[in-house]
Design a protein around this ligand. Structure first.
Ligand code: SAM
Length: 240
């Protein structure tokens, strides 16, 4: 029995240090779960593992830095809404394209919580009329701007809180990859509700924020839906 134990765990001092590491990891995970809530913690953990294998394909092909996961507490974000924000993590190129292809190219595409800019590069290459990213972490916004220069993609990055950002006029597509919870999304939905132009919202991973889905369902029609993606388009305003 002890032979089996040693074959798996190594010497007693190795075993002790591994057990200490595991207990530190468990404590760290419990702290994070308490901070962000169990549901968001589980969603982020699943995302982290499922994207690890493919996360860097995009960067290898484009010489960019858009991979990895960056928890917001590391970034010293000076906005009170930071407590409602999700860690930085970007989906695969295929998933981003799958979400964006439902939005007509004559729209201005806005990525709310644009992080390191992977979706901005992809949207610019897909031919959207104008591409804008809004990101409140200065460090990530700087990396995104560098990535745009490296790839020559035509997009703008605005540093600021998405909840305070005034959406542009004209045909508009919003891309969301789970950037923040309902407290901030309410402000976006209120602006969308007041718009009269063509509007689309492509929301990746909507299952993790049911309250946000309800917000969009209340003001827009579902235009496409499949596992991990809902696309809404604005209801036609009635004349009278
Ligand atoms: C899950 S990442 C999505 C990254 C990017 N949209 C993509 O698909 O590659 C969420 C991003 O939203 C940003 N974020 C969260 N809350 C925000 C807010 N209130 N205003 C601006 N950015 C925010 C985070 O800093 C993070 O970069």
């Amino acid at each position: 029995m002890s032979g089996v134990f040693c074959a798996t765990w190594g010497s007693p001092s190795d075993t002790l240090s591994k057990m200490l590491n595991i207990s530190l990891l468990v404590k760290k995970a419990a702290r994070e779960a308490r901070k962000v809530g169990l549901r968001r913690f589980v969603v982020e953990a699943v995302n982290r593992f499922s994207y690890r294998a493919t996360a860097n394909d995009f960067d290898r092909a484009n010489r960019t830095d858009t991979g990895g996961r960056v928890p917001l507490w590391r970034l010293g974000i000076p906005y009170p809404s930071a407590r409602f924000g999700a860690s930085y993590l970007s989906p695969t190129e295929e998933r981003i394209k799958d979400g964006l292809e439902n939005i007509p190219r004559h729209a201005t595409l806005v990525d709310l919580g644009s992080g390191k800019g992977r979706a901005l590069i992809i949207a610019a290459r897909m031919g959207f009329r104008r591409v804008i990213g809004v990101e409140f972490a200065a460090e990530l916004a700087d990396i995104a701007r560098r990535n745009l220069v490296i790839t020559g993609a035509r997009a703008e990055v605005i540093l600021g809180d998405a909840g305070e950002y005034t959406l542009p006029d004209g045909p508009l597509g919003i891309y969301l990859y789970n950037p923040f919870s309902v407290e901030v999304m309410r402000k976006i939905a209120a602006q969308l509700d007041g718009r009269s132009g063509e509007t689309w919202v492509a929301y990746l991973n909507p299952g993790s924020e049911p309250a946000c889905v309800e917000l969009f369902d209340a003001i827009m029609d579902r235009a496409a839906e499949r596992h991990g993606l809902i696309v809404w388009s604005a209801r036609k305003k009635s004349c009278g």
